[in-house]
Design a protein around this ligand. Structure first.
Ligand code: S3P
Length: 176
């Protein structure tokens, strides 16, 4: 198994659509590397004192995106972190640029069916609420496809456990 000795202090940032395993993989990776793990949605919820669903419902998506934007700037200025942003971080290219300037950015991918299988028992994602979540996943993935594809490092997670994904992330970063 690859270790992280060659990676220096640059942050490791796991981007990707909802349900691609960013948080579960990030937590394992941080543990292996002895780094701090930052789940951006969890930080936003704790600073706001309300859930992501309530932030969307009460203050709107643009307000949530502005919170993501300022937290990105804050985290990109730090080092030695493993960071899991929310899936919509790529909607503002400045976020990807800031993270890429000070860290390794890798995009986790999964098929719509795999994403649906992972998230269907969860209720905390406002963009997938309501009828036909699989259709919503397909729509949003198609709308964002070019934004995710623009990230040079890509990793397919279909059929992989978070631990196996963490192994492959390390191998890819060591090879890059
Ligand atoms: C979002 C993804 C969510 C969360 C919010 C919006 C998105 O994070 O930030 O519900 O726009 O893709 P996860 O990718 O961790 O589910």
């Amino acid at each position: 198994m690859a270790d992280g000795r060659g990676l220096g202090a640059r942050n490791i940032v796991l981007v990707g659509f909802m349900g691609t395993g960013k948080s579960s993989t990030g937590r394992i990776l941080a543990e292996r590397l002895g780094r701090e793990f930052v789940d951006m949605d969890a930080v936003i919820e704790s600073r706001e004192g309300r859930t992501i669903s309530r932030i969307f419902a009460e203050s709107g998506e643009p307000y949530f995106r502005s919170l993501e934007r300022s937290l990105t700037r804050e985290l990109a200025a730090r080092e030695n972190l493993v960071i899991a942003p929310g899936g919509g971080i790529v909607l503002n290219p400045d976020n990807v640029a800031d993270f890429s300037a000070t860290g390794y950015v890798i995009c986790l991918r999964a098929s719509p069916e795999q994403i649906y299988a992972r998230i269907r028992t969860e209720t905390h994602r406002p963009l997938l609420h309501g009828e036909d979540p699989l259709g919503k996943i397909r729509d949003l993935l198609a709308k964002r496809a070019a934004l995710y594809a623009a990230i040079p490092l890509q990793l397919d997670t279909d059929g992989l456990t978070p631990a196996a994904t963490a192994d492959r992330v390390l191998a890819r970063l060591n090879a890059a």
